[in-house]
Structures are given as C-alpha cells and as structure tokens.
Design a protein around this ligand. Structure first.
Ligand code: DQA
Length: 151
C-alpha cells in the first residue's frame, strides 16, 4: 500500500516538545520508523509535516488518486479545523486520525475532534505506536477485502 503520513503543527518538535507528553523521539526518527514499517510490509510511506493549515489541505487534496491511505495527526487543528474536515470529505482516500497523547485525559478543549467524523477511526494515547497501529489496520483491511471480497 501507499501511505501518506501527515503531521500538523508543532509535531516537527517531537522529542523536544513536552517530552513527558509526547516522548523523546524526534520527528525524523518517527518518519524513519514508519518508512521501515511500511517497507517490511511491502508498502511505502511518505511523511509530510506542516505548521500551516493550507499546506495540510494541499497535501490532502494531492493525495487523491495517489495514496491508498492517510494517517493524520492534525495537532491542535484537530479541535477546530473545519477546513481539514472538509478536505478529508472531499477526497477518496481513507484516513485514520492519530494522537500521540490521550487527549481525553487532558484539557477539555482537546476532547473534541472536528476532523474525526471524516475518518475511518481515531487512535489516541498509544504514543508513536499509534501511527503503526493505523497502518496495520489499513494493511489488515486491504488483505481482508482481497481475500474476502463479498464480506
Ligand atoms: C496531539 C494532541 C493535540 O491536542 C495537540 O494540540 C497536538 C498533538 C497528539 O498527538 O496528542 O499538537 O494531536
């Protein structure tokens, strides 16, 4: 499968940013790991990160017809970006939303995701493993529909 991993604002600072919440691994090492994970499953993963909402919209639009699945951590945009919600609805690429931290154990404003309704599902609180968990789901789902096309 061809995966597009999109990380939103401040996630380029992984490893440096609030390590007690987001861990000590850098964004670069996360991307390396996800590419390795994809390769080990006969797949590819492209990683993009932006601190700008418009660039995230552009990446989602450009994914249409190019990638099989999107794994998206919209960062704080999760909680208020109707534009990302609409972009996800506008394309034909399934998306899973990932949050490194358990947003439900944190401030009230983090409990609501405006983007999750356009996603297959949401994973939160599993640390960086959440990205691999999302990719694993898509790989499982693809195998399932190949082997069992009529359900
Ligand atoms: C986050 C949670 C968001 O509330 C926060 O704004 C982030 C990261 C997470 O991965 O846990 O930037 O999406």
């Amino acid at each position: 499968m061809k995966f597009l991993i999109i990380n939103g604002p401040n996630l380029n600072l992984l490893g440096k940013r609030e390590p007690g919440i987001y861990g000590e691994n850098s964004y670069e090492s996360l991307c390396r790991r996800l590419k390795e994970f994809a390769a080990a499953h006969g797949s590819t993963a492209e990683c993009v990160q932006s601190n700008h909402e418009g660039a995230i919209l552009d990446a989602i639009h450009a994914a249409d017809g190019v990638y099989d699945a999107i794994v998206l951590n919209p960062g704080a945009y999760t909680h208020y970006s109707y534009a990302i919600l609409d972009a996800l609805k506008a394309v034909d690429v399934p998306c899973i939303e990932v949050h490194i931290s358990n947003v439900h154990q944190r401030e009230e404003f983090r409990h609501r995701s405006v983007t999750a309704p356009a996603c297959v599902g949401q994973i939160c609180g599993l640390g960086l493993y959440g990205y691999e968990a999302a990719m694993s789901y898509f790989l499982w789902n693809e195998k399932e529909s190949r082997e069992n096309p009529h359900g």
